[in-house]
Write a protein that binds this ligand. Sequence first.
Ligand SMILES: Nc1nc(=O)c2c([nH]1)NC[C@@H]1CN(c3ccc(C(=O)N[C@@H](CCC(=O)O)C(=O)O)cc3)C=[N+]21
Ligand SMILES: [Mg+2]
Length: 291
Amino acid sequence: MAAELIDGKEIARKKQDHIGSEVQKLKAEGITPGLAVILAGNNQASRTYVKNKQKTCDKLGMNSMLIELPESVSEQELIRKITELNESEDIHGILVQLPLPSHINEKAIIEAISPDKDVDGFHPINIGRMMTAQDAFIPCTPAGIIEMLDSIGTDISGKHVVVIGRSNIVGKPAGQLFLNEDATVTYCHSKTADLKEYTTRADILVAAAGKAKLITKDHVKNGAIVIDVGMNRKEGGKLCGDVDFEAVKHKAGFITPVPGGVGPMTITMLMHNTLKAAKLSISKVKSNGRH
Ligand SMILES: Nc1nc(=O)c2c([nH]1)NC[C@@H]1CN(c3ccc(C(=O)N[C@@H](CCC(=O)O)C(=O)O)cc3)C=[N+]21
Ligand SMILES: [Mg+2]
């Protein structure tokens, strides 16, 4: 194996230690960061993810609240719940687990969340702030990727980053963050004519297409950093990334595994954003002179 493994679990653990001690400081000031997670419907994978998020909140000393709604919940009811949480002083972060039942307009739901509690970083206000390099809630998976690269000492400036996938929650914001770090960014996606032509020129390759083993060793430049965002469920429930790990590990310089790579970082950055939201609530109280 030529590549060095990027251990997302270990990097996440260290980052969580730091967040946990920040939580303790905040608690000493009388504020316990609180995350509300709304889960609509009975998607089994969603249930597992949500449980993990709550477990991590617990571990870091944060409060978590799970709001379970039936598959049949109306858009109006969901918005009413969000409005209530927007106004709650105990809740600093609100996450509406995606995907939502198909009769609900995802955009309307995301826009109902207060931008100051939008710990997913999906609200257009936060996306706009991120694009203009202002302080913002940054989507957790892209933020986790940057954090991982930081922790292995990567200088992103001037690097050619190729992002495969253009989803609003991973691919698009990931490219934008790399651009903010002075990388040269290429986006590829399902309509890209000759994928290898681009990927073989990448210093940093981010695979977020949602297609198992899309990336083979022929797609990768010698010594490249390969970040696998894929979460493809095989029969039997086993997780499989977008990268053919066994083949690519001999060629890459660094590579992330699935599981144990980007996933743990995503949850960690959610905790980071929840802490940030709690801190923001204090500065708002101070500047208003009231609750
Ligand atoms: N509003 C919203 N925000 C999200 O952040 C969000 C969402 N909806 N919907 C679903 C996706 C998926 N997602 C994951 C996060 C961590 C792992 C994770 O920790 N994975 C572990 C393994 C998990 C396993 O083995 O099943 C790992 O990669 O090592 C997985 C998936 C967040 N999502
Ligand atoms: Mg895509």
